[in-house]
Design a protein around this ligand. Structure first.
Ligand code: ATP
Length: 215
């Protein structure tokens, strides 16, 4: 059986301990050999990231340095077009072959919005989805969970990670870290400390490059 690979896309504007801990806990729970961090170039479902792609890429590189399981993948930034997860997974499938288990990692807030994603039903032909509980977003009792996605969840939910390459949904409670990039940007623009919400190496880079100084 080939080893499982995690795919973790995000704006990472900036990357923080909520992201890193989520990737670490899901990697352990799913026995992932590797987690690919894929910073979004131009996310289609939200306001444009306020920070240049090159800075978000560098901050992600700094944050994952020292963890041999975490790997940076800049494929979405190489595209001049908007990046869709469907296209990213298609290109990864093409590279990695049909048999390798792929796990798309996301927090509950991202999962609740899944039906707005391009070809969202097709995502299950390309990968499994692992959802880590994010503070403030309840999933199973949530009014925010569309019926169509609730049915998909009931049908696909698995108790233990399957060996198949794609198709399932795995829900995982994680250490609750109520950290958001929005909150960090607010600290930085108002001049209050963001220390211990993100790695010092990332914070030092932000200060050197004078990022997030205005709201
Ligand atoms: P912003 O505040 O700018 O919206 P964010 O902190 O939500 O940013 P993103 O880059 O948009 O960060 O998130 C990427 C992924 O990481 C999403 O799937 C999101 O659900 C997940 N995530 C972000 N923060 C946390 C957290 N504190 N705990 C669990 N998952 C998280």
């Amino acid at each position: 059986m080939s080893s499982a690979l995690g795919i973790f896309g995000g704006t990472f504007d900036p990357i923080h301990y909520g992201h890193l801990r989520m990737a670490e806990e899901l990697a352990n729970a799913l026995s992932l050999e590797e987690v690919r961090f894929i910073p979004a170039g131009q996310p289609p479902h939200r306001a444009s990231p306020r920070t240049d792609a090159k800075h978000r890429l560098e901050m992600t590189r700094l944050a994952i340095t020292g963890n041999p399981r975490f790997v940076l993948d800049d494929r979405e930034m190489r595209e001049p077009r908007a990046s869709y997860t469907f296209d990213t997974l298609t290109s990864l499938r093409h590279e990695l072959g049909a048999d390798r288990p792929l796990w798309l990692l996301m927090g509950t807030d991202a999962f609740l919005g899944l039906t707005a994603w391009k070809e969202w039903r097709q995502l299950f032909n390309l990968a499994h989805i692992a959802v880590a509980h994010r503070p403030g977003y309840r999933l199973t009792q949530s009014d925010m969970l569309p019926d169509i996605l609730r049915r998909e969840l009931e049908h696909r939910r698995c108790g233990a990670p399957p060996a198949s390459p794609a198709e399932s949904i795995f829900l995982k409670p994680m250490t609750a870290l109520d950290i958001s990039a929005t909150g960090i940007r607010q600290h930085l623009s108002s001049g209050t400390s963001a220390r211990y919400l993100l790695p010092d190496t990332v914070l030092n880079y932000i200060q050197q490059q004078h990022l997030y100084t205005t709201s």
